[in-house]
Design a protein around this ligand. Structure first.
Ligand SMILES: Nc1ncnc2c1ncn2[C@@H]1O[C@H](COP(=O)(O)OP(=O)(O)OP(=O)(O)O)[C@@H](O)[C@H]1O
Ligand code: SF4
Ligand SMILES: [Mg+2]
Length: 326
């Protein structure tokens, strides 16, 4: 960790997926610009929320930080280590510190393995402990996430969605990571159990000093859990601020539109809430608009927006935005 408490620093991180044509000889005919020159920091012990519509590049950002995808360009620092330069054993050792929790607890757990096998797999991969020690560790992990250690020989289909997500959390914790990418961990769950999983993640964060990148597709989902929130649109982070600042003083027109869709609990204010309806669809990341990527849908767009990409700037302490009008 560096001196100012930064655990992870993402610097102009870019991930483009090549689009190829041809059956015998594959030619590259373009690229999906899933993540494009994204920069931000994640501080030790915080939860950074990452929010945006489907396909805007949230999962790709998370996976590229963890080096599950190698970036097209840009850097990811973990403390002082440049992850993008690490390979082989060095990368494998660093990966122990970083884990991922997935959206779909049904698809992400192997149905043919018992809970015990699923949770101990990372321990086996890293040759930690003998069989008995691993079993004890798995039982301890199950207790930590609120499951009974007696469930160790059961299969994923014997559990509810919320319980399966707890299994995924236990597995992510097995190697005592410092940093976890939570990729929409509650989106697939019933509303009634979403809060339980969020509470569990918060308790574990408190106990182990974990740092989270918490991905969600709407702002209301990260409102309570995140210390700071980043808003993504079409491969770009367009605004990042502390929780209160973002919800009370959103500066980017896209953030303003997203927030205008979130109901306000106070009925007197809810009655006056003005919804900003965005016209048109999100353009394809294979052919993003020139200038500001949001300009075709932005109600405030001016000439420069169509030509010049707005700079990513810190306009107030801890408040970053990319918009010509700010
Ligand atoms: N492995 C891949 N190969 C090619 N294109 C990909 C790949 N993964 C993602 N993409 C594309 O990159 C863009 C960003 O996808 P990504 O999954 O990161 O978005 P997301 O914000 O996580 O969306 P969602 O909310 O639906 O999970 C999309 O256009 C997607 O189709
Ligand atoms: S730069 Fe222009 S188009 Fe982009 S968000 Fe700001 S005002 Fe809208
Ligand atoms: Mg995703």
């Amino acid at each position: 960790m560096s001196e100012n408490g930064t655990l992870i620093k993402v610097d102009k991180l870019t991930k483009h997926f090549p689009i190829t044509r041809g059956i015998i000889i594959q030619r590259e005919v373009g690229a999906v610009q899933a993540v494009d020159k994204v920069s931000f920091e994640i501080r030790k012990g915080e939860t950074l929320g990452l929010v945006g519509e489907s396909g805007c590049g949230k999962s790709t950002t998370g996976r590229t930080i963890l080096q599950l995808y190698r970036p097209t360009s840009g850097k990811v620092y973990y403390g002082d280590a440049d992850l993008t330069e690490l390979k082989g054993e060095e990368l494998r050792r660093m990966r122990r510190n970083m884990q991922m929790i997935f959206q779909d607890p049904y698809a992400s757990l192997n149905p043919r393995l018992t809970v015990g096998n699923i949770v101990s797999e990372p321990l086996e991969v890293h040759s930690i402990g003998n069989a008995r020690e691993r079993r004890e560790r798995v039982q301890e992990l199950l207790r930590l996430v609120g499951l009974s250690p007696h469930m160790i020989n059961r299969y994923p289909h014997e559990f509810s969605g919320g319980q399966r997500q707890r299994i995924g959390v236990a597995r992510a914790l097995a190697l005592q990571p410092e940093f976890i990418v939570c990729d929409e961990p509650i989106s697939a769950l019933d509303v009634s159990i979403q809060a339980q999983v969020v509470n569990l993640l918060e308790e574990l964060q408190e106990t182990f000093g974990l740092t989270y990148l918490f991905i969600a597709h709407d702002l209301s989902m990260v409102r309570h859990i995140s210390d700071r929130t980043a808003v993504m649109y079409l491969g770009k982070v367009v605004e990042l601020a502390t929780r209160n600042e973002l919800y009370t003083h959103p500066l980017h027109p896209y953030t303003q539109a997203l927030l205008s869709a979130v109901p306000i609990p106070d009925p007197s204010k809810e009655g006056k809430r003005q919804r900003i309806i965005l016209e048109g669809d999100v353009p394809s990341p294979a052919n993003p608009p020139k200038g500001c990527r949001f300009h075709p849908r932005c109600p405030l767009a001016i000439d420069i927006c169509r030509e010049v990409e707005p700079e990513w700037r810190e306009v107030a302490p801890d408040h970053w935005v990319a918009c010509h009008l700010v």
